[in-house]
Design a protein around this ligand. Structure first.
Ligand code: 48F
Length: 261
């Protein structure tokens, strides 16, 4: 066989195996931002079969660009243990107050590497365009290449089944919105619907993100900025402690629920 064929066959066979191995998951996360990457690593460490579907070429979501493309982010004292678990370095802000800076590229790369090393699988360039909804429960994802969607090609998607589906799509909370629009589900929020994000208020936003990390409909969870959006929390900008803690809370919640089911 030619070298060209060996390389091509290796990639096709390995990727096909990776995809077929992940058609039936414990946890399917939509979006590979910081909250999802922390949750994926924790859940994989606890022995669950976990995959992230990320529409961009690079997972990491809003981490890479720091604040206004200055590629540094801020993390509070109470989330440093998570950075330490991922071996991501942090530096105290000279003025104190319990804030630390982290190189945004190191944080994105470190979280991605940590999730993979823990045993989670990441599918990049794949978008989630719909949910599998059966018998009053969210049961999986409908996936397609992001490039197919961008070009508007009339190509049917494929599906993945999961015991828990997580909307980690950030500000748009796309999957929860799909569930309310297409399956007309009533969410576990004050209004039963997506309440929408409020303007910037850093301290409250950070608390809202963690407090809002929850199961909003049987089988359907939200974490990170998506959760903040669902409950009408405040935005917080380039401070990431809440995202990391949201990922950890989500992992604990799903672990508890799946063990009980
Ligand atoms: O927004 P994002 O980074 O998620 P997060 O964990 O973190 C939010 C922060 O980055 C930042 C912030 C912090 O203070 O406010 O915004 O909530 O990442 C969301 C990821 O989801 C992907 C998107 O490309 C991004 O990488 N995504 C969105 N919709 C889809 C998707 C979709 N339909 N299918 C697959 N991936």
């Amino acid at each position: 066989m030619s070298t060209e064929n060996i390389i091509t066959r290796a990639i096709i066979e390995r990727f096909s195996r990776k995809l077929t191995d992940n058609l039936q998951l414990d946890v399917a996360l939509v979006g590979g931002g910081p909250s999802a990457l922390v949750a994926a690593a924790e859940l994989a460490c606890r022995g669950y079969k976990v995959a992230i579907f990320e529409k961009s070429l690079a997972p990491g979501g809003g981490v890479w660009g720091g604040g206004m493309l200055f590629n540094e982010v801020v993390v509070q004292d109470n989330a440093l243990a998570i950075l330490d678990d991922f071996k991501i370095r942090h530096y105290p802000v000279p003025a104190g107050e319990g804030y630390h800076t982290v190189d945004a590229v190191e944080m994105a790369a470190g979280l991605i590497f940590g999730a993979l090393q823990a045993g989670a699988t990441v599918f990049n360039a794949i978008a989630v365009e719909d949910i599998v909804f059966q018998d009053g429960r969210v049961r999986g994802l409908v996936i397609n290449w992001q490039s197919v969607r961008k070009l508007g090609m009339p190509v049917d998607p494929l599906t993945v089944i999961a015991r828990a589906v997580v909307d980690a799509t950030g500000h748009p909370c796309e999957i929860i919105r799909t569930a309310t629009a297409k399956a007309q589900v009533r969410l576990a929020t004050e209004t039963g619907a997506v309440m929408g994000e409020r303007p910037m208020w850093v301290d409250n936003g950070e608390q809202d993100t963690v407090a809002s990390t929850a199961e909003y409909y049987p089988g359907l969870y939200a974490c990170g900025m998506s959760a903040t959006n669902v409950t009408g929390g405040y935005r917080m900008g380039p401070i990431f402690g809440g995202m990391l803690l949201s990922g950890r809370k989500l992992a604990e919640l799903i672990d508890r629920n799946l063990r009980g089911s």
